[in-house]
Write a new protein. Structure first.
Length: 158
């Protein structure tokens, strides 16, 4: 347990002292306009730390929301312009670059931090981040049967 406290302490120290490479301002769509949040991408030598802080997620049967990078460059047209999951290497789901861990909501709030080495930050600038209304099943091709897109934001270099 002591080792976990040390890892957590180091992570928070890192995040407090680093400027993110990219940021996403998340906003809900027509069905859930109150969803708001931020996703930060921090560059590491051999990967990325992604930190998400989202609020006002709707109450659902599972309170689990799929969370992906999409290939589209705009959230226009109620997120229809976001296209499919970001998948430049044509990998099967859930192993492509756009797959991220799900958001677990607690009273409408979700906070998530994770490490990923599947994508380069320079390659995702201008892409979009999507929150879906359901959990990712991690099986269905090509995108996990995640449901409707309920929130979106564009990835911008800080």
């Amino acid at each position: 347990m002591q080792q976990n406290k040390s890892i957590n302490k180091e992570l928070f120290k890192f995040l407090a002292n680093q400027k993110p490479y990219a940021r996403v301002d998340i906003n809900g769509g027509e069905s859930f306009p109150d969803i708001k949040g931020m996703v930060d991408f921090y560059a590491l030598q051999n990967g990325v730390i992604v930190v998400a802080d989202i609020e006002n997620l709707p109450h659902t049967a599972t309170n689990i929301f799929a969370f992906h990078i999409h290939e589209g460059t705009t959230c226009d047209n109620n997120f229809e312009d976001t296209g499919s999951h970001y998948n430049p290497t044509n990998m099967p789901h859930p192993n492509h670059e756009g797959d991220m861990p799900p958001l677990f909501s607690n009273r409408g709030r979700a906070w998530l931090a994770f490490y990923d080495a599947r994508f380069n930050l320079k390659d995702i600038i201008g892409k979009t981040v999507i929150i879906h209304d359901g959990p990712d099943d991690f099986t269905t091709q090509p995108a996990g049967n995640s449901g409707t897109k309920i929130a979106c934001g564009e990835i911008k270099k800080v």
